[in-house]
Design a protein around this ligand. Structure first.
Ligand SMILES: NC(=O)c1ccc[n+]([C@@H]2O[C@H](COP(=O)([O-])OP(=O)(O)OC[C@H]3O[C@@H](n4cnc5c(N)ncnc54)[C@H](OP(=O)(O)O)[C@@H]3O)[C@@H](O)[C@H]2O)c1
Length: 258
């Protein structure tokens, strides 16, 4: 057990996903405004976690906060707090460090961008903020996947387009590959199993191989992959992916400026 207590504020999807990982290594208190949801989580997490209702004058002094509420709730939640936290890790998409520091006093503030794979300790989480807490922040985020420290907020906004939105983009690829199989006559359930297996097998392959070398290894002259690959290039899929990252990055920037 790490000798540091964490305080998760919020009881939503991301709070639960993070709780899966951090409760294995840290003592955690979960504080939320929804008693029913607190009770539900209490049934699931019995070890190393306590639960309490978020009330006015919640003293954050010396606490290590992980803020897991919606971005628009930052101001209203901060009104319930008194004192100065030791550290504040925020998962709020697009919310700038400047605003986090303005609303929640803390000695160290770090902005993070996890994804829902945190539930399986497989989030690819990016972080940036006060370097004084870099080691501790990376250690906390490593409990629910991999953690990558970035040097600027611009970089975390770009990374959000892949790490945060990526599961939705890959879901589109998965769904359309399955649709293609069904179109050619494969049963839907079999197509689904096929695509799930593809993604599982692809994970270790992409971890160890450069994408272009992976493609070269699969594509034989005049073969099936070359035929399919040609269709993807004709449909401009590469450019569509690059545009998707551009649009998601722009949106992350816009949200942060609001
Ligand atoms: N989901 C993702 O894939 C993902 C990825 C990266 C980052 N994030 C970030 O994670 C954060 C939470 O997202 P989520 O998906 O977990 O959302 P969610 O499931 O809707 O949970 C939001 C939580 O915030 C609480 N909350 C909202 N307004 C509040 C207020 N004024 N005072 C106190 N608590 C309040 C909600 O309480 P109630 O239940 O009472 O409404 C709920 O516990 C967001 O900032 C999002 O940007 C999410």
């Amino acid at each position: 057990m790490v000798n540091m207590k964490l305080t998760i504020i919020g009881t939503g999807n991301m709070a639960e996903a993070i709780l899966h990982g951090v409760s294995k290594y840290y003592q955690v208190e979960v504080v939320g405004r929804n008693q029913k949801r607190l009770d539900e989580l209490e049934q699931k997490f019995k070890k190393n976690v306590t639960f309490s209702l978020l009330k006015e004058n919640f003293d954050i002094s010396h606490k290590n906060l992980i803020l897991c509420v919606k971005p628009y709730a930052l101001a209203s939640v901060s009104e319930l707090f008194t004192g100065q936290a030791n550290s504040h890790l925020s998962v709020l998409a697009g919310v700038r460090l400047e605003d986090l520091k303005r609303y929640i006093p803390a000695l160290h503030t770090v902005r993070t961008m996890p994804n829902l794979a945190a539930k399986y300790a497989k989030s690819m989480t990016t972080l940036c903020g006060d370097r004084t807490f870099k080691g501790e922040a990376i250690a906390i985020c490593s409990c629910f996947g991999e953690a990558l420290w970035l040097d600027s907020e611009k970089e975390i906004d770009i990374a959000t387009a892949v790490a945060g939105s990526g599961p939705a983009f890959l879901a589109l690829v998965a769904e359309s590959l399955a649709d293609g199989c069904v179109k050619e006559g494969l049963k839907r359930t079999d197509a689904q199993v096929l695509v799930q297996g593809l993604f599982k097998g692809f994970a270790p392959l992409i971890e160890e191989n450069h994408p272009s070398l992976l493609k070269d290894a699969v594509m034989s002259p005049g073969g099936t992959t070359a035929a399919g690959y040609g269709a993807l290039e004709e449909a401009n899929v590469r450019n569509a992916m690059i545009n998707a990252i551009e649009k998601a990055y722009k949106r992350a920037k816009d949200l942060g400026e609001k």
